[in-house]
Each structure stands twice: as C-alpha cells, then as structure tokens.
Ligand binder design. Structure first.
Ligand code: NAD
Ligand code: COI
Length: 330
C-alpha cells in the first residue's frame, strides 16, 4: 500500500515513523500542503493523507481522479476548506478525524478565558516599560463568578461545558441539535445567551450557513465588557465588526485562535514568509486581544491521535472499501 502524506509537521514525524514500522505500508511524507502544484507528487500512490487549513480545490480532486486515487483522509476535524462537491464529482472519498481530543480545544478555550478575564495581556506593555504600578493596576474578574455561554454543544462544546462548570461558572448553551445535552449547562436561545454571557465561547462548524453567526448585531447585543472566544472557525465572526466593538470598549476582550482571513493570509505567508493582514495587525495592537495561530488542538495526545486515526481511516478505505469516519457527501 503506497500512501502520500501532505502538510506533515515536525511534531507528527515520530508518529508517522512508528506507524510505518508497525505496518508494511510505504509512507512518503511531505511538509507542503496538497494543492494544484503538489498534487502531481501523488501519481502512483493508493491513498492521500493531509492536514491543512488552506483550500482543497476542485482542480486537486480532478487530478487525483485522473491518477485513479479514490481516498483522501484528513488528520483534523473541520472539512470547511474542502470542495466536497468536487471530491464527489471526481470520485474521491474523504474521511476526517471527528474526535482526536475534544479536551485539547476545550482546555485551550478555558486558558484563553482565564487569560482575558485576568487581563494578563494588558500587563505586558507597562511591565516591558518598567511601569510596575500601571502593570499591577488591571482589576480582573473571576471565572467562577461569570456566566459562560457556549455556542455549539457538540463534542468540543460539551467538553468546554464540563471544564467551565468545574471552575464554578454558570454555564448556558445554545445548540439547535445538541444530541445528548450535557446536564451541567442550561440550554437557552441564542439571543438570551448573547445578552447574559460574560464569556461567549464558539464551538460550531464553519459551514457557510454559520458565516458571521457573530455579526455586528450579535456583537451589539452582547453584555458590556463581555469576552468573545473563537477556537472554532474564522468565518463565524465578522472581524471588522469585532474590531469596532473592541475599539469602542463595548467588548472587554477577544481570544481568536481561528481568524477570518487565515487561509488567504497563509497563502501569502507561503510566498513571503510573513503572516500579515490588515485586520490581524489591528487586532494584534489591542492588549485585550489574544491572537493565537490556530493551535487550540496542539497537544501531544491530539497530534498522535490525528496521525493514528487518520491513517487507520485510510487503511480501512484501502483494504475494506469503507472507513469509520467517512464524510458522506450528498
Ligand atoms: P461537533 O460536530 O461535535 O459539534 C458541533 C455542534 O455545533 C453540533 O452539536 C451542532 O448541532 C452545533 N451547531 C452547528 N451550527 C450551530 C449554530 N449555528 N448554532 C449553535 N450550534 C450549532 O463538532 P466539534 O468536534 O465540537 O468541533 C466543532 C468545531 O471546532 C469544528 O467544526 C472545527 O471547525 C473546530 N475545531 C477547531 C480546532 C482548533 O484547533 N482551533 C480543532 C478542532 C476543531
Ligand atoms: C481541526 O481539527 O478542525 C482544526 O481546526 C485543527 C487544525 C490543525 C486544522
């Protein structure tokens, strides 16, 4: 079995090596993402395994189809960057890893909430300037005295509910299809959640219907001083409106791990070596904003599971014709 891996990161290599040693299959590992250029390297392989937040475009699937490659497994959860209709059209079946470690992302959301509630970012510039009194002047708020609103109570949202509840926060949640609702949250409507929460924490997929779920109107309805955390997908938040609400002081802070223009900015970064974007740069100037480079998932447990589970999906596709986590495209 010949498998080509794209988007490999240094911290994944040990897991790929271990997998290769316990399987008789050949892995060819590339750090570059799968795109219209690098897809040429897949000729002669049986299956493809990838991790990237840049697009999987129709042209990529057209080429994979020409090579007779029928299976692509991704090492992550979100499929919002994949042209699924094109994949189906060109006969490429896809599986994701729906749960490599929901706790990794939930713990990151809690970390971000604590950082912002205790105003740690605001202490840094005065400390760097030697102004101890100013640095010590930022009065924090306690998570245990706060109401946390979780939007999207799926795998990660439910893990977040449990963690925030463990800190003693009142947790409210909005999800039109919550599955088995986590009992530590009180389920409310979206407008009620936005009005009541001191911390609004997003865990919904970045499907087109959710684009700008948090728009100017939603931001305006949030409490004075509220904090917004987005570790889900960049398109969920209207960044221009968010900037305005931060600059006027209506919002108390924001934690952005998934940034609206991440994908185009990363494509430019691949050419220039610099992650630059006007709205990103404006957010980065605000001391009550925590920007992180899409790392909420990034733990040892998660990375090992991403490699192992995605390769298990690919092996299942190649040997049995079906995989446990296949994305069924309508
Ligand atoms: P999931 O499918 O288990 O849960 C998503 C939940 O959102 C579902 O219960 C669904 O009913 C709900 N939902 C969908 N649209 C909604 C809306 N408009 N309002 C309220 N609820 C809505 O998914 P998950 O495993 O919890 O992952 C959520 C998202 O987290 C992924 O789609 C991915 O984009 C993101 N993610 C980010 C990272 C990271 O490193 N930053 C890592 C993994 C996943
Ligand atoms: C996901 O699993 O969906 C993520 O956002 C992680 C990222 C490395 C793509």
């Amino acid at each position: 079995m010949k498998i080509i891996v794209y988007g490999a990161k240094p911290d994944e290599l040990a897991y790929f090596t271990a997998w290769q040693q316990s399987h008789a299959d050949r892995l060819e590992i590339h750090s570059e993402p799968l795109n219209e250029t690098t897809v040429a390297w897949a000729a002669g392989f049986d299956g493809v395994n990838c991790l990237q937040t840049t697009p999987y475009a129709a042209a990529v699937f057209e080429q994979l189809g020409r090579f007779g490659i029928r299976f692509l497994t991704i090492r992550n959860v979100g499929v919002d960057n994949i042209d699924l209709a094109a994949a189906k059209r060109f006969g490429v079946r896809i599986a994701n890893v729906p749960a490599y470690s929901p706790s990794a992302i939930a713990e990151f959301a809690v970390t971000t909430a604590l950082y912002l509630l205790r105003r740690l970012g605001e202490t840094q510039a005065p400390l760097a300037a030697g102004d101890w009194d100013k640095a010590a002047s930022f009065l924090g708020r306690e998570l245990g005295q706060s109401t946390v609103g979780i939007i999207g109570a799926g795998r990660i949202g439910q893990a977040a509910i449990r963690l925030f509840a463990g800190f003693g926060a009142r947790v409210i949640a909005y999800d039109p299809h919550p599955g088995h609702p986590e009992p530590r949250a009180e389920y409310v409507s979206l407008p009620a959640l936005l009005q009541e929460a001191d911390v609004v924490d997003l865990h919904v997929p970045g499907v087109p219907a959710n684009t700008h779920l948090i728009d100017a109107q939603a931001l305006a309805s949030m409490k004075q001083g509220a904090i917004l955390i987005n570790t889900a997908r960049g398109n969920l938040v209207d960044t221009a409106a968010l900037l305005q609400h931060l600059q006027t002081g209506h919002l108390g802070g924001a934690g952005i791990d998934t940034y609206e223009y991440e994908s185009p900015a990363l494509l430019r970064y691949a050419k220039t070596g610099k992650f630059e974007d006007p709205a990103w740069d404006a957010l980065a100037k605000l001391p009550n904003v925590l920007l992180t480079p899409h790392i909420a998932y990034h733990t040892e447990t998660a990375v090992q599971n991403m490699v192992d589970f995605s390769l298990a999906n690919l092996l299942a596709f190649l040997t049995k014709g079906e995989a446990p986590d296949e994305i069924h495209i309508r």
